[in-house]
Design a protein around this ligand. Sequence first.
Ligand SMILES: C[S@@+](CC[C@H](N)C(=O)[O-])C[C@H]1O[C@@H](n2cnc3c(N)ncnc32)[C@H](O)[C@@H]1O
Length: 217
Amino acid sequence: MRRIRSYVRREGRLTPAQRRALTELWPRYGLAADRPLAMERIFPARRPVILEIGFGNGEGLVQLAREYPQFNYLGIEVHRPGVGRLLLMLEREGLTNVRVFCADAVDILQSVLPERSLRRINIFFPDPWPKKRHHKRRLIQPDFVRLLAAKLENPGLLHLATDWPDYAEHMQQVLAGFAEFDRIDHQNVVPPRPPSKYERRGRRLGHPVVDLVYRKR
Ligand SMILES: C[S@@+](CC[C@H](N)C(=O)[O-])C[C@H]1O[C@@H](n2cnc3c(N)ncnc32)[C@H](O)[C@@H]1O
């Protein structure tokens, strides 16, 4: 069966620096997408792990990793220029608590990440797919949330953000179908969410930004 993808591959526009990063820095920070991951082997120190899905240009992920070194961070992104940009920032800042997948998050969740291995999952401004006929491409769907739930520790947090009211409603409906998730006040969540490129764009366009945080029991 052909899987419905939550993204469109937009290649090209790799800068020379990003291209270099994807070859030279990948062995240092990149992770294989085709085999189960031994979490205890990939970071220099054992700490709770936070996963960010669809990190875009990686700015927010780097900011969190720099400001909260008490956590290890995993990032997943399909867009290669964004991955290249993140690798360059990791090298420049000498961060050792971040590792990266350049792959579809569905594959990584299904076949690579161990069960109950993540303290938190962040999904900030996933593609909204605003047209009704495209809603099936939205990342947040029951099957996907089932995968997220299996990978979270007990307790663990799922942090979602969107600037599309219709998607925010859809997210809440999907999450309401999961007895193991309780919504909590996002103001109390530490580390907080750094502002992102998509968020800034949304705010410029007058979109209301909604944060939804769920605790897995
Ligand atoms: C709208 S952008 C938001 C980027 C970033 N979080 C921000 O707030 O600036 C959504 C990102 O999710 C990525 N993405 C979409 N589906 C994905 C998937 N299945 N696996 C990994 N990344 C995905 C896209 O490539 C894109 O960079």
